[in-house]
Design a protein around this ligand. Structure first.
Ligand SMILES: Cc1cc2nc3c(=O)[nH]c(=O)nc-3n(C[C@H](O)[C@H](O)[C@H](O)COP(=O)(O)O)c2cc1C
Ligand code: SF4
Length: 642
């Protein structure tokens, strides 16, 4: 088993000594107060990561200019009044031996004029994407003023006790819009040549150096590549890195992509640790200051290799630090089987960040509730859990952690429910980690697990529990369509589980996420697949970063798509469907028809429990088929209530 010797070695950035190589990168979390100060929840959130062993914690993108606050819960440092709240966060992290860096940001063209109360600004008047405001090209004299704003914010960071500042020069935001020729079309001294495009970063670094001297380390976050034609590529990035080092930047955090390519910024499940490794290594070759690499690091084995092989000096764990704040402590203690994995679902963190709501996490429902410990219940109770999907597993171990005596009943011979099956389509293997980690937590907390044992009312009456948690999940949605229940019609879940075999030519009925992923699963194995979908787009409910790769599978495996098609009859070799104009069509001649029209709740117990007056809680899909995020959230809330 790997020992993580390099990851546990201290390192110096500027004058800051970091105790190990585990970094929390900046992540907007919307825990700050709407007045721009850090909140008590901010303190609880960051100090939990410090207590978990991270050596360097980067506070989220912090607004440096008035009029540039792009979201209601973005923390700000454009006024001294914000300093004490930052100090509270930093003191709490220092108490656990972590160093703290603050990311200094102006979102520029990715800002939000309505929220900021001022027009958004960029190097040139180019909207970042369709639907975004067109920014104002910053007037030349104002570029000099904006640079000073970074210096003033850095001074406040120092007053708050920060060990470092991280100047945000990545992701297409204000500074990045000046650096990249894709977005900088200026003809003044800030445009054209490389030297001119680097003039704004140079002014910023000068202002920050002047403000903090050698008391605060200066880090810059840059893109290893913009991932856009004509944008910064890795060779440009190496040159930028060398230039920043020459300016006096003392560490570089190499991130990736602009928001048109978010699948590289916070990569989905199919992308694994190390996909940014070559960029980091190329940049490291160009400089002698420490390099932080980032991107889908979860379990830290590859991180150790990156440092051991000298391709990076520190490794940032973004979403993994949301899923498990104790990653470093667990890794260094050889307890990685206890790790709660980030499965890169993007359901809770990025989705909420963009909505301006506090972030949450599918695998870690305690994210955002750090101050509310899972403390022992005042009375130990007898709890029965029906269903061994992730909702049931989470409810079971969380109740057991509170000191309750828990038995979990699973009707089938395997735990994990639909989440286990969701790991079978291409690129989704890591979902298994979530199921496995929940099983381990049940085992370690003493949950009694009974397989092949559906929980019945007779059993409940015999056990006389204090509470029953109904987490029986969902079952295949069977709409009232002629022929849908013929035994020859295969169910998507059975195809994924390998309990039925599809023929060569397959029609998948239902082009939502599950249907599309089932189609990709079959396509990867060489089946000739067509998907028929009611909506006008296949995979419309799939999160964009995942959908990019799903549609790539569709192209690679030549999966046919028939959309805006309302299926009105099933046959053993196909379907009839109606188009929106009322015309009827037929799709026949398939070897197999696979039903994937969605799920509906399966709850054989709640009504009887209600009638019998037995305290019960119905959670997750058993209430209504929804996201797994809802199941783990409700499991957590229920465990706290019992
Ligand atoms: C919820 C969320 C918020 C983020 N906010 C920021 C931010 O404020 N500044 C920034 O530079 N990057 C931000 N990022 C990007 C992360 O710092 C990191 O580069 C990215 O998540 C990739 O790392 P990971 O795969 O380990 O999650 C954010 C990512 C997430 C998931
Ligand atoms: S919500 Fe999903 S992607 Fe985000 S941290 Fe949690 S597991 Fe990872």
């Amino acid at each position: 088993m790997m020992k993580f010797e390099k990851m546990s070695t201290p390192i110096t950035i500027g004058n800051m000594v970091v105790k190990n190589r585990f970094v929390v990168p900046p992540m907007g979390n919307n825990f700050a107060n709407t007045d721009g100060t850090m909140s008590e929840q901010s303190v609880a959130y960051y100090s939990a990561r410090a207590a978990g062993g991270f050596g360097l914690i980067t506070l989220e993108a912090t607004v440096v200019h008035p009029g540039a606050k792009g979201g209601p819960r973005k923390p700000c440092l454009y006024d001294d009044a914000f300093v004490p709240s930052f100090k509270a966060v930093i003191d709490a992290c220092h108490a656990h031996g972590a160093k703290v860096s603050i990311q200094l940001q102006n979102a520029g063209p990715d800002g939000n004029a309505k929220n900021a109360g001022a027009p958004i600004e960029a190097a040139s008047a180019i909207a970042n994407k369709c639907g975004k405001d067109i920014p104002v090209a910053v007037p030349t004299a104002r570029v000099y003023e904006l640079a000073q704003g970074y210096g003033e914010a850095a001074k406040r960071a120092m007053a708050a006790g920060a060990d470092a500042v991280e100047i945000h020069m990545a992701h297409g935001y204000l500074v990045s819009s000046f650096i990249s020729p894709r977005t900088n079309k200026r003809v003044d001294e800030f445009g054209g040549s490389f030297e001119n495009r680097m003039r704004f970063p140079r002014l910023i670094v000068d202002a920050v150096k002047k403000a903090v001297g050698d008391k605060v380390a200066i880090i810059a976050r840059i893109n290893g590549a913009d991932d856009m034609p004509g944008g910064i590529d890795v060779h440009d990035a190496a040159t930028i890195a060398a230039e920043l080092e020459a300016m006096g930047v003392q560490g570089l955090h190499v991130s990736r992509a602009v928001h048109l390519k978010d699948e590289f910024m916070w990569a989905p499940t199919q992308t694994h640790a190390g996909f940014n490794a070559e960029q980091a290594a190329e940049i490291k070759r160009a400089v002698s200051i420490p390099i932080i690499t980032v991107g889908r690091y979860t379990e830290p084995q590859y991180a150790e290799l990156m440092v051991r092989e000298g391709r990076a000096d520190l490794v940032a764990f973004g979403r993994q630090s949301l899923a498990d704040p104790e990653l470093p402590n667990k890794a260094l203690a050889g307890k990685l089987s206890d790790l709660t994995p980030c499965i890169a679902c993007l359901q809770g963190c990025v989705a909420n960040m963009f909505k301006g709501e506090p972030i949450c996490c599918l695998t870690n429902p305690a994210l955002g509730y750090e101050s509310q410990n899972i403390s022992p219940a005042s009375t130990a109770k007898r709890v029965l859990v029906a269903g061994g999907g992730v909702g049931g597993l989470y409810a079971a171990f969380l109740c057991a952690q509170r000191g309750h005596s828990v038995t979990l009943y699973e009707a089938s011979d395997t735990l994990g429910g639909n989440m286990r099956l969701a790991a079978f389509p291409p690129g989704k293997g890591d979902l298994t980690n979530m199921v496995r980690s929940a099983i381990v937590k049940c085992q370690k907390t003493g949950v009694q697990i009974l397989l092949n044992t559906p929980l019945t009312m007779d059993e409940i009456k015999a056990e006389n529990p204090d509470a029953v948690i109904v987490a029986t999940g969902a079952t295949t949605l069977m709409l009232p369509i002629p022929g849908i229940d013929a035994p020859e019609i295969l169910h998507g879940g059975d195809v994924l589980a390998g309990t039925v075999a599809a023929g060569k030519k397959v029609l998948v009925v239902g082009g939502g996420m599950v249907g599309c992923e089932t189609a990709a699963f079959l396509g990867e194995r060489g089946h000739d697949v067509t998907v028929v979908e009611f909506r006008d787009t296949c995979g419309a409910d799939v999160i964009n970063e995942h959908r990019v790769y799903l549609m790539e599978d569709f192209r690679n495996y030549r999966i046919g798509q028939v959309t805006s098609a309302k299926v009105v009859a099933f046959y053993t070799d196909g379907v009839d469907y109606d188009s929106p104009d009322g015309s009827r069509h037929t799709l026949r001649g398939y070897d197999s028809v696979v039903l994937s029209m969605g799920y509906r709740n399966y709850d054989p117990l709640s009504a009887d429990l209600e009638a019998a007056g037995i305290p019960h809680y119905t959670i997750g899909d058993a209430t209504r088929a929804r996201r797994a995020l809802d199941a783990t959230r409700e499991a957590y809330d229920t465990a706290l209530e019992i």
